[in-house]
Design a protein around this ligand. Structure first.
Ligand code: FBP
Length: 258
């Protein structure tokens, strides 16, 4: 494994900014709707080990002073919430490299009726990216009606046993498919998340930020995630929707790197 792939395997803090495709501009304010504002946050904070863009933004806003670029290769809109989730490849590995990517990202909706299609596409991406010595980050998100059934069974029992085991399954699936890093939801406690991290083996684990939370709650979550043995965070809204994005980014980095 050459240097470029190793770099992603260390502790990391990725700044995610692909929500414009996934959710539309609804997440944005007058300021952070401008990708240039996100670039300024990344530059001023100086703590991010990567920034996640879709190809369109990477093409128009990429600058050399930014953290290493992770180009997201697939994505979907928010218009099909009632259907089984599926997200297919929109950008090639080759194009991502032309745009300056130092890693590529891809979402698999684990448990969706379309998971096989995404796994197949992801397998080919891993093959091609690794041939070019490019690390691959897999957003492993359990979603769809089978996952909703699991959540319902957990709710009826009053625990999160099955869902936590599903997140560990998603982590393991990432390892089996050849991901260098998996991005997962947090289970909510250190004990269950340590099992998730163990299940991922040599595939490093980062955690999504999710919707904007109160600062104390968010930072406590980051502490628990790091105590579980995770490599770091891949966070968007909890940074750029914060009144002090640079300040919160530095606090997260302080927890990750101590
Ligand atoms: P956040 O930290 O803002 O949650 O970003 C993480 C992320 O995975 C993004 O990369 C992606 O656009 C978004 O969440 C998808 O959110 P969801 O699938 O929950 O709608």
């Amino acid at each position: 494994m050459r240097e470029r792939r190793c770099r992603l395997l260390n502790k990391c803090l990725l700044l995610a900014y692909d929500q414009g495709m996934e959710h539309g501009p609804t997440d944005f304010s007058d300021e952070n709707v401008d990708p240039a504002a996100i670039e300024k946050i990344a530059k001023d904070a100086g703590v991010f080990t990567g920034i996640v863009f879709q190809a369109g933004i990477a093409e128009k806003y990429r600058s050399d002073q930014l953290p290493p670029l992770v180009v997201k290769l697939n994505g979907k809109t928010g218009f099909h919430k009632k259907e089984e989730p599926v997200s297919l490849q929109l950008c090639s590995v080759e194009r991502a490299m032309e745009l300056g990517a130092t890693a590529v990202g891809y979402t698999i909706y684990v448990g969706s009726e379309h998971e096989e299609e995404m796994m197949k596409e992801f397998g080919k991406i891993v093959e091609e990216a690794h041939e070019k010595d490019l690390p691959v980050v897999a957003w492993m998100y359990p979603r769809g009606k089978h996952i909703e059934e699991i959540e319902k069974r957990d709710r009826d029992r009053g625990d999160k046993k099955e869902m936590n085991e599903t997140i560990a399954y998603a982590a393991r699936l990432g390892l089996e498919l050849g991901a260098d890093m998996v991005k997962l939801p947090f289970t909510g406690d250190t004990q269950s998340f340590s099992w998730v991290v163990k299940s991922a083996g040599k595939t490093r684990v980062v955690v999504q930020g999710g919707g904007k939370k109160e600062e104390g709650e968010f930072l406590e979550e980051v502490r628990q995630i790091m105590d579980s043995g995770a490599a770091g965070m891949a966070v968007g809204r909890n940074v750029w929707q914060h009144p002090d994005p640079v300040g919160i980014a530095k606090k997260v980095a302080q927890i990750i790197w101590g």
